[in-house]
Each structure stands twice: as C-alpha cells, then as structure tokens.
Design a protein around this ligand. Sequence first.
Ligand SMILES: Cc1cc2nc3c(=O)[nH]c(=O)nc-3n(C[C@H](O)[C@H](O)[C@H](O)COP(=O)(O)OP(=O)(O)OC[C@H]3O[C@@H](n4cnc5c(N)ncnc54)[C@H](O)[C@@H]3O)c2cc1C
Length: 311
Amino acid sequence: MQNNISIIIERICGAVPEDRVLRNEPMSRHTSFRIGGPAAAFVIVNNEEELEEVLAVVTGSGTEHMIIGNGSNLLVSDAGYPGILIKLGGAFDSIVRDENNPCRVKVGAAMLMSRTSAFLTENGLSGFEFASGIPGSIGGAVFMNAGAYGGEIKDVVTTVRVMDPDGTNLRTVSGEDMQFSYRHSIAEDEGILILSAEMELKEDAPEAIAARVAELQYKRNSKQPVNYPSAGSTFKRPAGGYAAALIEQSGLKGYTVGGAQVSEKHSGFVINIGNATCEDVLAVMRHVRETVFSDSGITLEPEVRLINCSL
Ligand SMILES: Cc1cc2nc3c(=O)[nH]c(=O)nc-3n(C[C@H](O)[C@H](O)[C@H](O)COP(=O)(O)OP(=O)(O)OC[C@H]3O[C@@H](n4cnc5c(N)ncnc54)[C@H](O)[C@@H]3O)c2cc1C
C-alpha cells in the first residue's frame, strides 16, 4: 500500500508542481482544531485543469482522497489520513463582480468567508453579513450550507459550479438543485466538488453593512470561545432543541478529557485547551452524547466532520 501511494504521489507531481505536493503533512497545521496526524499527501490545486488531472489520477487508481476547505469543521484522526487531501488555491481564491448585474458576484471555492464579506462590504453589497464571522471557505460553506444569525448560504447562492468526484462533468447547477437543508447539501450525498458559487446580494451603503458586520462579530466574540482552537458547534441542532442547552442541562459544561473540554463559555463547543488529541475530543463527544441521551432521550448528531475516525 505504501509503495502504491508513493507511485500515486509521483504521478500527482506530474499534474501539480512538486512544491504544492506535501508528503506526510500534519493535518494539525490545516485544521482550526489544531488536531490531526499526517496525510499521506496534501495537494494544493490552483486551477480546474490541475484539479481534473489530480482527480483522474486518484480516482483511476482507487486511491482514498478528499477535498478540504479551510479545515474549520474537521476532526482528523491522530493516525492522520492514509490518502490524498486536496485543497484549492490560486484561481479558486478569487471574487469578481458580474459586469451585467452589479448585485451579483462569482466567488471561488477557496475564498474565505471573512474576505468575501470584506469585499462585499467595500462594494456596498448586503445579504452576506450573517456569514462574515464563519471561519470557513466558500466551498466548505456551500457543502455545509453554513449559517448563522438567521441566515444560511442558500439564501444568497443562485448557482454553483461543480464537477463530479472523478474530475469530469464540469457544470453549473442551480441553488435549488443543490438541495440545501440544515447543514447539508447534495454535495455531501454525491461527492461533487464545488469550484465556485454565484451569489446575489442587495445594494446598501458600505457603512451600514460594516456596522451590521461589526455587531454580529461582537455577538460572536462575546458568546463563543474564539480564543481556543475548535471546529465550531460540535453537534447539530436537534429537532425541538439546542445542543448547547441540552449539554448544559446535563451538567457537562467544563467536562474535560486530556486537552479537550466542553467550553465553559458556550457548551455547544468542544475546545482544544492544549495539545488535545483526536481521541480526547472523541471521548468528550461520546460522553456528551451518552449523558444527553440518558437525560433527555435525544441523540446528538455531530456537526463536525469526522475524518478517518468515528464516535
Ligand atoms: C470558531 C468557529 C465558529 C464557527 N461558526 C460557525 C457558524 O456560525 N455557522 C456555521 O455554519 N459553521 C460554523 N463553523 C463551522 C465551519 O466554519 C463551517 O462549517 C464552514 O462552512 C466550514 O468551511 P471550511 O472551508 O472550513 O470547510 P472544511 O472544514 O475544510 O470542510 C467541511 C466539509 O466541506 C467539504 N468541502 C470543503 N470544500 C469543498 C469543496 N470545494 N467542494 C466540495 N466539498 C468541500 C469537506 O470535504 C468537508 O466535508 C464554525 C467553526 C469555528 C472554528
């Protein structure tokens, strides 16, 4: 297997310059949790042609692979990832305003939400304020249908440019066809890759937009443990309740295993208080799930994506 993967990595180096193919790259460097062992290779892909070629190599050889965004919703195993992790950069890290419709922008999947928000604010385009503090990329946000403060990515996305998991069938799909629902899109079911998204906003004064962004940032900073590494809300909101409230009612605020802790500031977050391992986080998550279930009968489902590990 190791030989096999070495050959695949050599072939990837034929599609992408070698300095963008990082071997045995610790995933703790690429996740907001600061947790995760090495990926066999971490490949930065800068345009559609490179992506097609890399996907042809990995799917043609049956090599395990996955695309990641800004790593802000990931818990990666301490053992790492045995295959190829792909991250978009270069041409995917872009935003342009539509020449024919000034309320529309096309945003590359690698663009961070914060930078997208800054561009839209400067250009007097409103509707994205809710997302300004979410620390992910546009690709990850579309995949997850990320949301906050009453808004969701589906409210602003009109179309999404995608390709199939094997790098073929480049096409544009409508927001409706993305089948967005709570923290979910069709990308999860079908494994399609998100390359860019077109968004429709409304014109407003930059100062008014900036004021709303600042207000939401203030709320976020005062309620969330933003000074500790985490992956945001650990569990999804269950039907008829809030994960944080259930966790708090079960007396689990501050529950700690090793370096992982249920945040004292916001019990919906498991935080890394220092050198947490993936196993520490999983142990906290298991205990939270079991305790909340035995207290309330509600099963919490993880919102954080578990990579090469399970609850
Ligand atoms: C402090 C903090 C606060 C947070 N607050 C919020 C919040 O308010 N609301 C919210 O919704 N989330 C929140 N999150 C979680 C996270 O930021 C979001 O889920 C975000 O959308 C993930 O984007 P990402 O680029 O980091 O994706 P990643 O974490 O890298 O990946 C997430 C999933 O998306 C897939 N993916 C990524 N890019 C692509 C692509 N181009 N094509 C196909 N699939 C792709 C990956 O395979 C993976 O399955 C928070 C996280 C942190 C750390």
